[in-house]
Write a protein that binds this ligand. Sequence first.
Ligand SMILES: *Cc1c(COP(=O)(O)O)cnc(C)c1O
Length: 395
Amino acid sequence: MKNTKGSLIRPVPLPDSASRPVVTPLSPSVVYASDTPDALDDQYEGRVHGYTYSREGHPNADVVAARLDAMEGGQGGVVTGSGMAAVSAVLLGLLKTGDHVIGGNQLYGRSLRMMKEDLPRLGVATSMVDPGDIVAMRAAIRPETRIILVEVVSNPTLAIADIDGLAALCKEKGILLAVDNTFTTPRGFKPFDHGADIVIHSITKLLAGHSDVMLGYVVARDLELTDRMRIFCVTTGMTPSPFDCWLAERGMLSFDLRFDRAQSTAADLADHLAGLPGVKRVIYPMRDDHPDRDRAEALLNGQGCNMVSFELDGGRAMANAFTRGAEGLSFAPTLGDVGTTLSHPASSSHRAMTPEERAAVGLSEGFFRVSVGLESPEDLKAVFTRAIEDAVAAS
Ligand SMILES: *Cc1c(COP(=O)(O)O)cnc(C)c1O
């Protein structure tokens, strides 16, 4: 195609090609041009599909959504600018003043904050309950309870929610069950197969997997609910950037392999840590000493995921010596990266709690959460062995 319009700025014609790219093209265009007002009518009235303005939707977001829909068994899911935007789409996009929502008592920190600060400010009542305790959950339900929001594996103590019990309870009471599946991923757990109504992801973590994009995803079993959340996201501007979606898709191509590798290394590392002097306890869902082992087995399909938590038997000085000695591992508060990362809840995610409150949920100064990456298992075990030896010597 030749530009016959001389000095006019747009449109710049694309070169013709009879063949197609194998990689999804990046489409940063904010706006899309139509031929005629009639053609726009056709688009707005749904007779043909087309894009108009990228806050409303764009090809790179739709490609990521389609991949996640296929993984979760959903339809028409919404990709959002972050995982928290997806959580917001559920809590702010579906609830109204006077409603009540129950959250798991160990939700992701920002989700907890939204439950404790933002929803009450808007007149939505909230309760936080142990998602492994169905009796307590049933007791917390009120006539105006609309949603129960839980994570399958809690952060950072890796307790397993009773998803099947919650799904039965929600069905009985006409409440929506929303599952944040970020830790478990669709490879470890399929919320829709267990009766969930809404699935949430932070794509930022394992799905994109390289710590270079921030994105979220949400889908409901009921198409009308998904549509309400999509409209809320468009109106509030929680739209993802095309480049982030493009990067996320690139990361997702290797997700299955990364997940399998990271989880098998995590299982190996958990057993290794349990045998080291200076380690007081190890938490990993597939270990026989995990308190929710049977539930983990039933829900997670034998997949323990890539998170391992453990507790050193000393205080802050020992924790400092350990991170200093853990050469090559990032001490950074995220998870799901290609590289192994360490997080220390007492100084980061759980620092707002008093030491007594932390102790009540088992989080001492010696507690670490490890997001296992793709390093060689032998190298990784050697780094942990050395760093924990250093920490024991320093304490
Ligand atoms: C990180 C995370 C979120 C929030 O996702 P962002 O992409 O960081 O906004 C929500 N839930 C869980 C379980 C997370 O780990």
